[in-house]
Each structure stands twice: as structure tokens, then as C-alpha cells.
Write a protein that binds this ligand. Structure first.
Ligand code: FO1
Length: 316
């Protein structure tokens, strides 16, 4: 069985752990969001690719959901001593090595997709991890503060401002000029079905769909999504701040309606949101209510099994 997913950071990576347990023989391709990428100290940081790679490779900081386990911060404290910023983005010594390795491969002329494959040779995540594009696409956030209306990098909004300054909108700078990375469109076309894990629908899945060609390729497949919202609140992160910014209600039904029935064939909601199954705005989308809290691997495995069952049923 060939399964392709569009994934962001923590939610996507945790879902993938359950999917690998639910379908150990499946050939899984993950198309990772790179709109979060940021260059710091001359190094290319790819947070969502690293979260998938570390989580499935066994190197993740479990309580953070990002960065490495057993971290030390000697380099960061030395940089701070030099007044070299920014200090608000916490980079550990082990994590720095990933960004140095990636940047040296990019500097040697490798595209991000090849560099990502090289880093995965160490971590062996058990999935093929592809960046959505090898081109430069950056998620920017429009805010209004004492400095007036301006756009800032997603990471500055998410990490320095803790998404507390309301986002007035998002732009995916460079998306229009970008192309899917090698293998992305083939992985979608050749999949038995596509899954959308409970990643942020705006700044993770939404960015990937903004790369020309990807949305159309995905819409041609059987697609089952997993709601990132349970009982009117995001399970993790600040998906609600992102959804509000684009005028979408924070509910399981509203997120599915936002994706639309052209894209989605099936939608998993938590048992709390079972009413979504009869929501008129979800006509044309098969809704199933199953427990969606990924509090332990068995729970996530059951969710992944439900997604596979629904996708298999819908692709008949
Ligand atoms: N998130 C934070 O809230 N604070 C940080 O200092 C931080 C550092 C960081 C370093 C490397 C990395 O790969 C991720 C990091 N993140 C941090 C998480 C990051 O902002 C998110 O993982 C994604 O960009 C959103 O999915």
C-alpha cells in the first residue's frame, strides 16, 4: 500500500508514528512544509522537516515536539556573549549540527530535497521525506502593532511573539514562483490515497497546497483528513489564531469546509464532534467520529487505522 501525506510539524510527526505502527508494510511518503524555514547565523533551519525526521528517527525532544533530546546550549550562550542574535529562537548544540550539515550540503550545490535525503540516511525515519519544494517559500504574517502594519517571518510571530499579536493574514512569499520538489507530484499520483494529518491547516497544510500543482494533484486522489481541532479548540499549537486570521471558525466542521469537498473525500473528527457528520457544509465529505487525542502511540495507531479504513472504503 502506498500512502502520501502532506505534513507540518508536531501534529503531523506524531500522527506518522501511529501510521507506521498501523501500516508497517506501507510505502509512506511525507511531503513536508518548508514555509517555516528560516536562515539564522547563515544556517538553513527547516523546523517541520526536522520534527518529522527527529520524531520518527528517535532523536526528538519529546516534551517540546521540536529540536533534539539531551540538548546542551554551549553554542547559543557563546553567540549571546557576542551579542549575536536572535536569542529568541532556541537552538541547541545537537540541533546546530543538523543545520550546519544541511547548510554545507546546500552550499555544495545540493537542492533541499537531496540534502534532506542525505540527513535521513542517518535518522532512517521509515518514510520518504520530501520538502514541498526546493525553492524559497517563506510564510509571513501580517500584524499591526506600535510599529504599524507590517509583515514578519512566521517564526518571529510564532516564537518571539507567541502568536499573541493578532495575525491579520498570512502570505506565502515565493510560493507563486515555486515548483514541487522532485518526486512530489509522482508520490501524490502513485499513492493509493492521500492523508492530511492533524497539522495546522493554514500555515502547514495550506502552505504546501499553495505550491503550484500540488493542490490539483491532491484533489485528483482519494483524500482523508484528520481534524486538528477537537471540541472547538486546537489540540496543540495556535491553529485557532491562524484560523481566525483567515476567517475560519475553530471547529472540526469549519476546518473541513475550509479544505472543501473538492479536496477532501473523508474527514475524521473526534467523538466530541460527531455532530459534524450531519453538518450541511460537509455535504460530499464522508465524516467518521473516532477518538482523536494522540496521547499515546496505541491511540494514534487506532486513529491511523481509522483513516486507512475510511480512505480504502472511499477509494473503492
Ligand atoms: N518553538 C518555540 O516555541 N521556541 C523556540 O525557541 C523554537 C526553536 C526551534 C528550533 C528549531 C526547530 O526546528 C524548531 C523550533 N521551534 C521553536 C518550533 C518551531 O517554531 C515549530 O516547530 C514550527 O515552526 C511550527 O510547526
Amino acid at each position: 500500500m502506498r500512502i502520501t501525506l502532506l505534513a507540518g510539524g508536531v501534529g503531523g510527526a506524531r500522527f506518522l508514528r501511529g501510521l507506521l505502527a498501523a501500516a508497517p508494510d506501507a510505502e509512506i511518503t511525507v511531503i513536508g512544509n518548508t514555509g517555516d524555514d528560516i536562515t539564522l547565523f547563515g544556517l538553513h533551519v527547516s523546523p517541520d522537516l526536522d520534527t518529522v525526521m527527529y520524531t520518527l528517527g528517535g532523536g526528538i525532544s519529546e516534551d517540546q515536539g521540536w529540536g533534539r533530546d539531551d540538548e546542551t546550549f554551549a553554542v547559543q550562550s557563546e553567540l549571546t556573549a557576542y551579542g549575536a542574535g536572535p536569542a529568541w529562537f532556541s537552538l541547541g548544540d545537537r540541533d546546530f549540527a543538523t543545520h550546519i550539515a544541511r547548510t554545507s550540503l546546500l552550499t555544495a550545490g545540493m537542492p533541499l530535497s537531496a540534502a534532506t535525503a542525505r540527513l535521513c540516511e542517518r535518522w532512517r525515519p521509515g518514510v520518504r521525506l520530501l520538502p514541498m519544494t526546493d525553492d524559497d517559500v517563506q510564510t509571513h504574517v501580517l500584524i499591526a502593532d506600535e510599529g504599524g502594519r507590517r509583515e514578519i517571518h512566521f517564526q518571529e510571530w510564532w516564537v518571539r511573539l507567541h502568536a499573541k499579536v493578532p495575525a491579520l493574514g498570512f502570505t506565502f512569499a515565493g510560493a507563486d514562483l515555486s515548483a514541487p520538489a522532485p518526486g512530489v507530484l509522482t508520490a501524490i499520483a502513485e499513492a493509493d490515497f492521500v492523508l492530511l494529518p492533524p497539522s495546522n491547516p493554514v500555515v502547514s497544510i495550506g502552505v504546501i497546497l499553495a505550491v503550484p500543482g500540488i493542490a490539483k494533484a491532491v484533489a485528483a486522489k482519494t483524500v482523508v483528513g484528520v481534524s486538528p481541532v477537537i471540541g472547538g479548540a486546537p489540540v496543540r499549537g495556535m491553529a485557532d489564531a491562524c484560523l481566525t486570521a483567515i476567517g475560519v471558525q475553530t471547529s472540526a466542521a469549519a476546518v473541513a469546509a475550509h479544505y472543501g469537498s473538492d479536496l477532501l473525500d473523508g474527514w475524521l473528527v473526534d467523538t466530541k464532534d460527531a455532530a459534524a457528520a450531519t453538518a450541511p457544509e460537509l455535504a460530499g465529505i464522508a465524516v467518521r467520529a473516532v477518538p482523536l487525542y494522540m496521547h499515546a502511540i496505541p491511540a494514534t495507531t487506532a486513529m491511523a487505522k481509522a483513516a486507512i479504513e475510511l480512505a480504502t472504503e472511499l477509494s473503492r
